[in-house]
Design a protein around this ligand. Sequence first.
Ligand SMILES: [Zn+2]
Length: 183
Amino acid sequence: MRTHLLFGSGGLILMGAACVRLLNAGEPPAGEDYQRLMQRNLTAPIRSLNARDIQDTFRQGRASGKLHEATDILAPRGTPILAIDDGVIQKLFLSKPGGLTIYEFDRQGTYCYYYAHLDHYAEGLKEGMPVNRGDVIGYVGTTGNAPPQTPHLHFAIFRLGPEKQWWQGAPIDPYPLLIKLVK
Ligand SMILES: [Zn+2]
């Protein structure tokens, strides 16, 4: 396994078999986010979620030079994508890497859930629309930079800053949460 050492504004990130992450001063430890999110009775974003289809790749480097900071869930094209928590559809956005994407804020505006590479949105989905956990919000595809042969849901969670900007926040690895939602 390769080991990378990265020095950036976020502190020292050591990637590899043993992973240690030092957070910025003032940032709550990741554990608090997990405790809060675990209490929410989240729904798996794909029905009949299978452990082998969830890729533990949060810290993987990408061609862009950035870290993945998300989890990819393999699923056949057209598989319904479910809202993982009660919230609001904050932004529907078409981006070059993400393709058709959804940014869902939770009801408190604490976290943003990001769903990318959608084939299409659920009919009638609109910005500002409240959703309940388990609602179908879109369908798995390969839009953006997803390999056409590998339809998957790129799923990310980030803690929003005080300005509640849909495009930025502190990334949280969804893998430990998703693996608990496996049936
Ligand atoms: Zn991805």
